[in-house]
Ligand binder design. Structure first.
Ligand SMILES: [Fe+2]
Ligand SMILES: [Fe+2]
Length: 283
């Protein structure tokens, strides 16, 4: 952040106002949903995670809504309230898609939240940062492979933009919150790292659960191959890193942006490049 001191009142007004100003008005029902061919429909239906996505968005809306009234600062409260509205609209968007294309995903009961709603909100925020960063790379490969028609990706792009906006807001919110509580930079980074590890643990838990045999929801081998054909870990990390940088250019450079995950990805990529160079030399 250049001129605005993180954690200051100016900072608070700035990131909250930015968030309100960049809100987009749309109704999920009237988005330009494309007609899909039988083959495209089959592919869309074979994606095994619609239920998870639907539930995650509904849960997101519920956590943010529950936490909103507890925020004492009226400016921050208004911004978080808007995020809650947007999360609920994401769930609505997924519901419209499920119904329109006859996808196999149901509404699941939302689990009880812990008594400490602020920690639940922070856990959710770091989870969004991790999901968005990995999602950037996955979205790019899926789009490039033309897994679905471009019109579909344009709709998902609306969602991706909003999630990116949420993580930018969250990073600024956290910096503001921690600064007010007197946490210096080093302790803030250590705390972020700890929360990211928790988010990673939850994500891995979800992946593990997804791999267990379930009631016919397994991703067909052919579909997996479609995604994983020519998959390279390094290519994926590169995509995440580049797409993160590209998507961040849509935001005011005066706002703080997520740094930790792009930083780790950058370090990993440098390491891999060095490793490659050594190997070619040795060979
Ligand atoms: Fe969302
Ligand atoms: Fe979000």
């Amino acid at each position: 952040m250049s001129a605005i001191e993180p954690g200051s009142e100016d900072h608070k007004h700035y990131f909250c106002q930015q968030f309100l100003d960049t809100h987009q008005v749309f109704d999920p029902e009237t988005l330009p949903w494309p007609e899909l061919t039988e083959e495209e429909l089959a592919r869309l239906r074979a994606v095994p995670f619609w239920q998870e996505v639907y539930h995650t968005e509904r849960r997101a809306g519920a956590i943010v809504d529950a936490f909103t009234p507890q925020i004492s600062d009226p400016v921050v409260r208004e911004a978080v309230r808007l995020q809650g509205y947007e999360e609920a609209r994401h769930a609505e968007l997924i519901r419209v898609m499920i119904e329109r294309y006859g996808l196999d995903a149901r509404k699941q009961p939302i689990e009880r939240f812990p008594a400490d709603l602020e920690t639940a909100f922070i856990d959710f925020g770091f989870g969004e940062c991790l999901d968005a960063f990995l999602g950037f790379g996955a979205f790019k490969s899926a789009r490039q492979s033309q897994f679905l028609p471009e019109a579909m990706f344009e709709i998902f792009d609306v969602l991706m933009f909003e999630e990116t906006r949420h993580i930018v807001f969250f990073i600024n919110y956290m910096a503001w919150r921690e600064k007010r509580r007197g946490l210096g930079r080093a302790r803030r980074s250590a705390k972020s790292f700890r929360f990211y590890m928790r988010a990673l643990g939850r994500l891995l838990g979800m992946v593990r659960r997804g791999q267990q045999p379930n009631d016919g929801h397994d991703f067909a081998v052919t579909q997996t191959n479609l995604f994983l054909d020519g998959f390279s870990f390094r290519g994926f990390v590169e995509d995440c890193y580049r797409e993160n940088a590209r998507r961040m250019t849509a935001f005011d450079p005066a706002l703080m942006q997520p740094r930790l995950l792009p930083g780790i990805a950058d370090l990993a990529l440098r390491g891999l490049r060095l490793w490659d160079r050594r190997r070619t030399k040795a060979g």
